[in-house]
Design a protein around this ligand. Structure first.
Ligand code: ADP
Ligand code: ZN
Length: 514
């Protein structure tokens, strides 16, 4: 395809003068008839990669897309720009479906959006020669390794057999290495050319804080950002409502949003937010898909997300206009335990637990968070970012051998049969029920750590877990247990470097002042 023609189409139908990085390369590869895999963050400009070729290719382009609501928006948008497009779904009358296929036969349609559930319909009407290109949107849904597996997507593997000479383009915003490989395998496009855009969003600051006194911290945070738009993601519907009510009581313009609200109510809340009539949305992850608001200035995670993909996608809703925006994640041990419970009931338990573990490591990191985040998406960075809490306040290490010995020996004496809370209570010499009812006050390690605060003990033990001396037995009531490495510290003189637990209060106050 001539470059001039491609550029004039970009201008005519989309109103842009130039391509973003990768778009042109991808489009050329599509015109050359190759299969392609596109990995680009949300908002990166994936749609043009198949919509523009669709306009110039001789026959129709099929677009497989998981969400009917998004499908409709896309079709409306294209039609408004003079591109003949339609969508098929199972709720349509057969006559309407037939009308669509007649248009395709007369070559009057450029794009046809289809839900994976409606593939059988296509099968009846279409043959290889009638289709120029097949685009698979949200391609990660095909993989068990992805974070949003949809069983209906697994049928898509058959498209390549059914339309062998039609090039395919698979697109997703979120795919780690395992998912990427799986997408190619499942779609039967092993030789697809891979295009991976940078996931680095330098304008987003990254910060993690312990999830204590969360409401006070949030009230403080939003108080410093009056009239700026932001989203607070919560795990449960109940939390979204409670949080919104508490913020309203402090006269912030906040609303709760979750899938339990009526359709009309959700539309109203979205519109108010988009038009700046409200500033804060307390939402479950139901909020945000397909929302195009470029000036969201901050995103808070009240609870920890299930995995890095979700986290990245959610913080990515901030700062689409490229201006500096802040993200804040609250890390709480209780959340981790809760998410572990959810994951252990899931069909692909192992994958979900592994993904959660990566999320936890990120939250507990002692080195540049952006490096960890980008590394997760396969992008290796040499330099620290300078725009995360660790870069701004790097931890200082000290000889923590004695602290480690106290904790490890306490866990040993508790026979690996108590959760972190009781371990800390014993170390601190607490008189509570959990301790006294089992006579733990008679243990040798009772109260050997009463000089260290509860919070600091928690942080040190988390470090010991991350260093591999201790593990959490998730299938045994989250009891802390020693690993074989622990004996090196207890009996063989191994030294342990621990990071200073930062004075969180001071850091917060400093951060809020700027
Ligand atoms: P994605 O599907 O990757 O989330 P979209 O395709 O919806 O992203 O594009 C995100 C935004 O970027 C849209 O508003 C789109 O019009 C815009 N966009 C895409 N390509 C370009 C370009 N070459 N120049 C300017 N804006 C673009
Ligand atoms: Zn950093």
């Amino acid at each position: 395809m001539e470059e001039a023609k491609v550029l004039s189409t970009l201008k005519e139908y989309f109103g842009y003068d130039k391509f973003r990085p990768l778009q042109q390369k991808i489009i050329n590869s599509v015109f050359e008839g190759r299969d392609n895999l596109v990995i680009m963050p949300t908002g990166g400009g994936k749609s043009i990669c198949y919509q523009l070729p669709a306009i110039l290719l001789p026959q129709v382009t099929l677009v497989i897309s998981p969400l009917i609501a998004l499908m409709k928006d896309q079709v409306d948008g294209l039609t408004a720009n003079g591109v003949p497009a339609a969508y098929l779904n199972s709720s349509q009358a057969v006559a309407d479906q037939e009308a669509i296929f007649q248009k395709i036969e007369k070559n009057e349609l450029k794009l046809l959006y289809v839900a994976p559930e409606s593939l059988q319909v296509i099968d009846r009407f279409l043959s290889d020669g009638l289709v120029s290109l097949i685009a698979i949107d949200e391609a990660h849904c095909i993989s068990n390794w992805g974070h949003d597996f949809r069983p209906a997507y697994t049928q898509l593997g058959y498209l390549k057999n059914r339309f062998p000479s039609t090039p395919m383009i698979a697109l997703t915003a979120t795919a780690d290495k395992a998912t990427r490989t799986d997408i190619l395998k499942q779609l039967n496009i092993p030789k697809a050319e891979k295009h991976i855009a940078s996931f680095d969003r330098k304008n987003l600051s990254l910060e993690v804080r312990p999830g204590i006194k969360r409401f006070e911290q949030i009230a403080n945070f939003v108080g410093q950002r009056k009239n700026e738009s932001g989203i607070i993601y919560c795990l449960s519907r109940k939390t979204t409502e409670e949080l919104a009510a508490k913020l309203k009581a402090k006269s912030f313009k906040a609303e709760a949003y979750h899938a339990g609200l009526s359709h009309d109510e959700r539309i109203r809340i979205q519109d108010d937010f988009i038009n700046d009539h409200s500033h804060i949305i307390c939402a479950t992850i139901a909020f945000g898909m397909g929302i195009d608001k470029s000036n969201i200035r901050w995103v808070i995670h009240y609870n920890m997300p299930k995995n890095m993909e979700g986290y990245y996608q959610e913080i990515g809703r901030a700062g689409r206009d490229g201006l500096p925006s802040d993200t804040l994640l609250f890390h709480s041990y209780a959340d981790v335990v809760q998410l572990q419970k959810f994951a252990s009931n899931a069909a692909n338990e192992e994958v979900q637990l592994a993904k959660l573990d990566r999320m936890k490591q990120y939250s507990e990191a002692l080195s540049c968070r952006r490096k960890i985040l980008l590394n997760y998406f396969g992008e290796l960075k040499q330099e620290d970012c300078g725009n995360c809490d660790i870069c701004k306040n790097p931890p200082k290490f000290f000889n923590g051998t004695t602290i480690a010995q106290k904790a490890l020996s306490c866990i040993y004496r508790l026979k690996g049969a108590e959760p972190i809370t009781t371990v800390i209570d014993v170390l601190r010499g607490s008189h509570n029920e959990a301790v006294l009812s089992r006579n733990y006050q008679n243990l040798k390690t009772y109260a050997v750590g009463s000089d260290i605060s509860w919070h600091n003990w928690q942080q040190y033990i988390i470090q010991l877990i991350n260093l591999g001396y201790v593990e959490i037995a998730f299938h045994k009531k989250n009891h802390l247990q020693l690993t074989p490495l622990a004996k090196n510290v207890l009996f063989e003189g191994e030294k342990v470097q621990l990071a200073n637990v930062p004075d969180r209060k001071a850091i917060q106050e400093q951060a809020e002042k700027k």
